[in-house]
Design a protein around this ligand. Structure first.
Ligand code: SF4
Length: 375
């Protein structure tokens, strides 16, 4: 087996300062779980399998990530849970005359995630709570943090994965913005006998290292992620594609954008390919625009600006549809999983695209029974 040795540029974990990527590391001591057994939203996205009750299983070893993506929505989701931790931490900073930090400025981990998982997977006598050998559902990690942000976090992910692999028949889908993910296998962190039960993928919403550096701060260069993906594919491991989030191409050439990115991730070797335009939640667009401007990426910023705001709703919808239609020409329908939030005015058009790979999300989709697990 060819050794995979690529290093990750931004993932150094300093124990002396107890910070990662310049972010202080906090613990949420009241965390009781790392598995969420009621992840309907991610089952709807087809990232994990839904069971009889339409719920999926997701793995979350932490609450706040080592990276800082402009479009990240985790802060919005977790701030209620983590507010006391953050306030306590900021009280200490204020007392020292330091400025307060926001959710995106810190890493929040859960203490003893392997112990928490053991309690969720095993009865007190050590027997598995999920012993069915035919229960080979796919679970997904993570919805809150990057599972391979540093070698320390990757080792934690490996321990969690091995516990699941040894005590269930589940398959595990792992997504990362770090090339370190491939070292699960190249460093033998997962035994060979289990590797066919893992499906690994990297977020690659752009092929430009400059764009990624501007909006996905601290992550590995996209070129490194692609190299890690190719290594996994060349070694015969299972992979999936994740073209998320993709910005409007500055030259308006969606066809070229899709063709180049699909070639880069080798569609034929990916089991499935997820794709999505940038999320509209919170300040994701404003922050992304600011990141592009700060990096001097004016053309990219102008292209995003042109589809933003309440007066550009039609342009926004065109950006989503053009991205989707371009992908349908490069990704077979049974592989494509294009995630699209719909509303009352757009649901009908997208409903007609489900057969080509559109996965409809949001209240309007659920109301019309158009979500992937209802329809
Ligand atoms: S890698 Fe994912 S979880 Fe981490 S900051 Fe980026 S979007 Fe958020």
């Amino acid at each position: 087996m060819k050794k995979y040795t690529d290093q990750h540029r931004g993932g150094a974990c300093s124990t002396e300062t107890n910070s990662i990527n310049g972010k202080p590391v906090l613990l949420r001591p009241n965390a009781r779980t790392v598995l969420n057994l009621k992840s309907r939203a991610f089952a709807e996205k087809l990232l994990c399998d839904s069971s009889h009750d339409n719920e999926g299983v997701t793995l979350n070893p932490g609450d706040a990530c080592v990276f800082r993506c402009s479009f990240c929505y985790v802060g919005l989701q977790m701030i209620k849970v983590d507010k006391p931790i953050l306030e306590n931490f900021n009280a200490g900073r204020r007392a020292r005359g330091e400025h307060e930090l926001g959710f995106e400025d810190v890493v929040i981990r859960r203490p003893d995630p392997v112990g928490l998982l053991r309690k969720q997977l095993l009865h007190g006598n050590g027997r598995s709570r999920f012993p069915d050998p035919d229960d080979n559902r796919v679970i997904f990690g993570s919805t809150l943090v990057d599972v391979a942000g540093t070698m320390e976090l990757l080792r934690e992910t490996a321990s969690l994965a091995n516990l699941m692999l040894n005590n269930t028949a589940w398959q595990i889908r792992l997504l990362s913005k770090s090339n370190l993910l491939a070292r699960l296998f190249s460093d033998n962190l997962i035994p060979e006998r289990h590797r066919h039960r893992l499906i690994l993928g990297f977020s690659t919403g752009t092929l430009s290292d400059d764009v990624a550096a501007a909006i996905e701060v601290g992550t590995a260069r996209v070129s490194k992620r692609i190299r890690a993906l190719h290594w996994l594919q060349d070694e015969g491991y299972r992979t999936f594609g994740m073209i998320c989030p993709s910005l409007p191409p500055p030259d308006g050439d969606y066809e070229r954008f899709s063709r180049e990115i699909c070639e880069a991730i080798r569609i034929d070797r990916c089991e499935h390919v997820w794709a999505e335009v940038i999320n509209l939640r919170g300040k994701s667009l404003v922050r992304t625009l600011a990141g592009l401007h700060q990096a001097g990426l004016r053309r990219e910023a102008d292209a995003l600006s042109a589809v933003m705001g309440s007066s550009n709703k039609a342009a926004w919808e065109r950006y989503a549809r053009d991205t989707f239609c371009a992908h349908t020409r490069h990704v077979p329908a049974d592989k494509l999983r294009f995630l699209q939030y719909v509303d009352d005015s757009t649901a009908a058009w997208w409903a007609g695209q489900r057969k080509h790979g559109a996965v409809l999300l949001g209240k309007a989709a659920v109301k019309r029974k158009l979500s992937s697990i209802d329809g």
